[in-house]
Design a protein around this ligand. Structure first.
Ligand code: LFR
Length: 472
């Protein structure tokens, strides 16, 4: 077996990173080169991303990666889904909006008035999320004048290489990709008045997009090729879920969101799936990510952010969770998916209001509230696993929990207890690993025709999961 090194750019909603991935002779290693904060910025026209800063961090991170490892063979980029930037004459037009901005909500009515949700679901198989790209597009008057609308990883790839493409796994989160054939639904776009420039040519993970050019090439110091990976972070994470038997395993990719579901060969855009708000997003190698978005660690991170602002000092999450684990007595629960908890703000007060409204006792201390949040997330995870099993007709025996949440032992144990299934936790960097492995495969380092199973076996060997048994 051969091998080498690649760079993975992994942009999450609360932080981004550039990593070097080394693959070869049974090894799979990650080295963090750069880590930088990310988050919503309140601007005069709404919530947006500071994409300019993110892109600068990406380029500087790649420069450092090449300095540390001059033999890097390529770059792969993944990020959160649905959001996009408009480009014109080779330049980005303004900062991309944040999906937690309210404008998506305005688009929902407009879209559903032209195309009822049931028809939409039959066409695109996507769960209803008020920020799905198509709802954002119909409110965006600048769209018709732009040369291209590019989802975040495609936008980074464009600025690095000049190539205009839409990677398919992430394109499936726009609502404009057909669930049956995986191609753009041009008829739907036309009905909604969405111009063709919003639908760039599709590429699959593993495709070479092009070499770094211009200022990026100069700054990074190499003409590295960008290779498409599962550019939707959740698609990359699912590649690196160390499932032995995908037919009996559920996964939870837990970061800002908790994406809870199963991997299927064929989509299930049924009435029951629509009613349960399950999505059929495109996965790597033509797989379907049949899952539901649960509001994940966002609830905890916004809570901690509020307390830190009150204290004017940072809070150590491990200490808070250790105290939360000691809380005894009945733990009040709330619906983690309550839409009132989705915008940035004073989360402790909002959670307290939601609890009080349902007649629950509001925990007095911080540890108590943290425990309530963790247990409520775990309950939502367990419910979604049960629904995934019912809708897909599968008998599920294990849950893999990957991403940042896999470090939260309290959450993993609570998920096991509430689902009655063992939870296999880790790897924490599943997204970056999926990104690295798809590049490694494109370079032929994993052997001829390496499958998802081969990639997952690499992950399981290099990052053995930690097992949490449900309490009887
Ligand atoms: C996770 C994620 C989810 C998507 C949400 C918004 O990071 O990509 O899959 O629904 O962010 O883009």
């Amino acid at each position: 077996m051969t091998g080498g090194a690649v760079a993975a750019v992994d942009l999450g909603a609360t932080s981004g990173r550039v990593m070097i991935g080394r693959v070869g002779n049974g090894t799979l290693e990650l080295e963090t080169v750069a880590r930088f904060p990310n988050g919503p910025v309140e601007g005069p026209v709404g919530l947006h991303w500071d994409f300019t800063a993110l892109y600068r961090h990406v380029v500087e991170g790649l420069r450092e990666a090449v300095r540390r490892e001059p033999g890097i063979a390529s770059v792969g980029i993944d990020s959160w889904a649905v959001d996009y930037g408009l480009v014109s004459a080779g330049e980005l037009w303004g900062e991309p909006f944040h999906y937690r901005d309210e404008r998506g909500l305005r688009g929902v009515e407009r879209v559903h008035n032209s195309v009822p949700f049931a028809e939409l679901y039959a066409r695109n198989g996507l769960q209803f999320l008020p920020f799905n790209t198509l709802y954002q597009y119909v409110t965006d008057t600048r769209l018709v004048d732009a040369d291209a609308a590019l989802l975040i990883p495609d936008l980074v790839a464009f600025l690095l290489t000049g190539a205009v493409v839409a990677e398919r796994t992430n394109a499936s989160t726009t609502g404009l990709l057909r669930v049956d054939s995986g191609v753009w639904d041009e008829e739907l776009a036309e009905r909604l008045g969405i111009p063709a420039s919003a639908l760039p040519p599709l590429v699959d993970p593993g495709t070479r997009i092009g070499p770094l050019h211009g200022a990026a090439r100069e700054r990074v110091g190499a003409a590295l090729p960008v290779v498409a990976v599962g550019s939707h972070d959740t698609a990359s994470a699912v590649v690196a879920v160390p499932m032995v038997d995908p037919a009996t395993a559920a996964y939870i990719s837990c970061g800002t969101w908790g994406l809870v579901g199963v991997e299927l060969e064929e989509p299930v855009p049924s009435d029951a799936a629509r009613e349960a708000n399950f999505t059929n997003e495109a996965g790597v190698d033509g797989r379907v990510r049949f899952l539901h978005n649960v509001t994940g660690l966002w609830l905890l991170s916004e809570t901690v952010r509020t307390w830190e602002a009150e204290d004017g000092a940072p809070i150590a999450l491990p200490d808070l969770l250790a105290e939360a684990a000691l809380v005894t007595g009945e733990i009040p629960l709330f619906d983690a998916n309550d839409p009132r908890l989705s915008a940035p703000g004073d989360m402790p007060a909002r959670v307290a209001a939601v609890l009080a409204e349902s007649g629950s006792v509001v925990p007095l201390g911080r540890a108590g509230l943290a425990r309530t949040i963790v247990e409520s997330i775990a309950q939502a995870f367990a419910d979604a696993v049960r629904t995934a099993a019912r809708l897909s007709g599968r008998d599920l025996g294990t849950i893999h929990l990957v991403g940042g949440g896999s470090l939260n032992g309290l959450l993993c144990q609570a998920t096991a207890d509430r689902s009655g299934l063992p939870v296999l936790a880790g790897p924490v960097e599943a997204t970056a690993l999926g990104n690295v492995l798809v590049q490694a495969r494109a370079h032929g380092w994993l052997g001829e025709g390496a499958s998802l199973a081969t990639m997952r076996a690499h992950v399981a060997r290099a990052f053995p999961p930690v097992r949490f048994e449900p309490l009887d």
